[in-house]
Design a protein around this ligand. Sequence first.
Ligand SMILES: *Cc1c(COP(=O)(O)O)cnc(C)c1O
Length: 494
Amino acid sequence: MRAYYQSTRQNAVHINAKQAILQGICEDGGLFVWPELAKTQLDLEKICQMDYQQIANTIFNLMLSGYEQDEIADCVQNAYTRSFERTKPDTITPLETVGDVEVLELFRGPTSAFKDVALSILPWFLSKALKDSDKKALILTATSGDTGKAAMSGFEDVAQTGICVFYPDGKVSDVQYRQMATQTGQNVRVFGVEGNFDDAQSMVKQLFLDEQLKQKLAKENIVLSSANSINIGRLIPQIVYYFDAYRQLVNKQQIKIGDEVSFSVPTGNFGDVLAGYYANLLGLPVKKFYVASNANNVLTDFLNTGTYDRRRPFIQTISPSMDILISSNLERLLYYASNQDCQKVAGWMEQLAKEGFYTLDDQTKEMIQNKFEGGYYDDDQLKTTIAKVYQETGYVLDPHSAAAYALAKDKKGQEPIIALATASPYKFTQDVLAALGGQEADAWCAMKTLSTMNVDPIPAKLKALQQAPIRHRQVVSPKGMKEVVEQSALEIFA
Ligand SMILES: *Cc1c(COP(=O)(O)O)cnc(C)c1O
């Protein structure tokens, strides 16, 4: 059986994964899902004999219809062989015991954030899909700091692709600015935008709908594309580390094959934790998924009450990648939890767009509450967690991972619990150092001081940033973005 994909909002169109990755989102606004996902069960005995890359190949060969086996092997090889720091030989996502919680480190990639796991491989999937045509894809991304860098790093010099990233000028951290402004690659362009993230984001959305721009680029065989987290090419790679974490626990002899475990996941757009649910549907024995949030607690309320209500203030926190009021990937959970009732899903999504909220029926709510439980922590609680875990274990958490750790502690039952760590503490050095009682004038001094407390050294790529040459200096107004996109497209694909 080859996997096929359809919209969460109607049963009509069926396409393969290669096409779904190119297309990104369904024309009806829904997200691509594989209706028969839960009918396939992976063989845990076999999985537990594999290394990370073999598990990745197994899952991709099952789910990525349209790709040849050797194409997939090539993508896995390109993405995961060199660019991840390896603290253990057989995985890029090592599991560390920290107190009575297992911490799954997802931040050993090129930009020190968990988005690297997916954004290192998506460009290769895209590139293989483009090879069948003579088309070229220009990725447009607005970023508040983290996604843009991980995307650029992934797309750097990948054939038939180019990328333009826009960040709010003066509104990203020192480290984030340096990470972006020093990015190498012939096919990469980065621009500061006058204004805030929303200004940059709104203009990117407009550019995707700009017919004139579309036609102009089409003459050169260029299509605009996005690398955002609703693409199945970003979601599916994240399933791998849930199985790999389980394998590591088996190998550590903490569980036997078949035993249940739970996961605690720092959540924003619901992509990471949804990938865990997909792993569960594919046969991974999971008791509960704990959905950790910061002061933006829309998901905690949703899981408690069955009502999703985005009509609340947006709060800026020290865990910015979880500052979100609409969790897009939740739509896929609704699809599976409602017994694949597209009409219901479409109705909820329409109500959310129009009125800012929706309420689940009792049956769907119960399905979700059986598997998912939420919890949230404000900045002070996150800092306290960072300090406490450091005092008790010597392990340094970043603010996002701290939310997952805190929730894992609060919910810990009989079964082993795995907290996902999504960023290196060195990426949020000043807040982490402050939590530990320190203070430095800038991020670079803070990094150095933190490295005297943390047994884990500063990631080489972050350390090198301070000296790396600045390659991108241009700042544009939102109105000027269209022109630099056109220009960049012509230059990159000349
Ligand atoms: C993106 C991100 C998250 C949230 O992941 P989702 O898939 O959006 O739920 C959590 N932590 C960090 C560091 C991130 O970059």
